[in-house]
Design a protein around this ligand. Structure first.
Ligand SMILES: Nc1ncnc2c1ncn2[C@@H]1O[C@H](COP(=O)(O)OP(=O)(O)OP(=O)(O)O)[C@@H](O)[C@H]1O
Length: 244
């Protein structure tokens, strides 16, 4: 479903934000993308979403180049820091997405999402008037409106209230059940443990783990119990190796 081949992106000459990244996600997989601050998670997601130009490498979505219309139709992206259009209302964002994707009967799904995320009373607020959490909610509602096959969520739980956090988790569960492919970047390791059947662990722009959580546990054996322990062991080891 999603394939990255030797993807490299730098913002400054000689400093790689991501370097030679290779991974594949099969249809129906949910991948947790984790790593310390600055590891390259958001850059990876923005590259896949076609928001950043690659220095080199290739990305395909369902076999289509990631910047093509065919790829974009199939994907959705919830950014870490959503920036709504300042002069569109929350509801007009839904209308905008519906028009962009050519969805005819979009209102029932939009209403359902607005109810789930308690945005009904805020539907007429302008983008510039929305709180941080409300921006996040509109971005999530908009991402799930066109029934995408592949959904990227960058820190989806940050800034949300408990009800919205629960709804995001429910949505992830529903999309998994419906066979959708998800890539979730988060620092909340409990979320990864609950949902991910593939772990992508990054450090300083490189992938240092790409396998199932079960394989990770098998590799580390009984002495490290939690994903948190393994995360620290793995990312610290990689930092130590880099210093040698
Ligand atoms: N617009 C930019 N201009 C210059 N450097 C950037 C830019 N965006 C990211 N970087 C750099 O690229 C590297 C990877 O950043 P990225 O935001 O992808 O990390 P991250 O893993 O998502 O971090 P966090 O967990 O803090 O969100 C960092 O060294 C960062 O400073």
């Amino acid at each position: 479903m999603i394939k990255l081949i030797n993807v490299t992106k730098s913002f400054k000459k000689g400093e790689f934000a991501i370097k030679d990244l290779n991974f594949t996600l099969e249809a129906g997989q949910t991948a947790g993308l984790i790593g310390p601050n600055g590891a390259g998670k958001s850059t990876t997601i923005k590259c896949i979403a076609g928001l950043l130009r690659l220095d080199s490498g290739q990305i395909t979505i369902a076999g289509y180049p990631h910047t093509s219309i065919d790829a974009k139709r199939r994907m959705a992206y919830v950014p870490e820091m959503p920036e709504p259009y300042p002069l569109l209302t929350a509801w007009e964002h839904m209308q905008f997405v519906a028009q962009a994707y050519g969805i005819r009967n979009w209102k029932p799904r939009a209403e359902e999402l607005f109810e789930r995320f308690e945005m009904v009373d805020n539907r007429n607020k302008l983008g510039r008037e929305l709180s941080k959490g409300m921006r996040q909610k509109v971005s999530i509602c908009a991402a799930f409106l066109h029934d995408p096959d592949f959904i990227m969520l960058d820190e989806p739980l940050v800034g949300l209230d408990p009800k919205a956090i629960r709804e995001v988790k429910n949505l992830i569960e529903e999309e998994k059940t419906n066979g959708k492919t998800l890539l979730i970047s988060t620092h909340i390791l409990d979320t990864v443990e609950r949902f991910a059947d593939r772990l992508l662990i990054m450090r300083t722009g490189e992938l240092i783990w790409n396998d199932s959580p079960l394989a990770l546990r098998q590799q580390f054996g009984a002495e490290v119990q939690t994903l948190e322990d393994i995360f620290f062991t793995l990312t610290q080891k990689s930092a130590d190796d880099a210093r040698v």
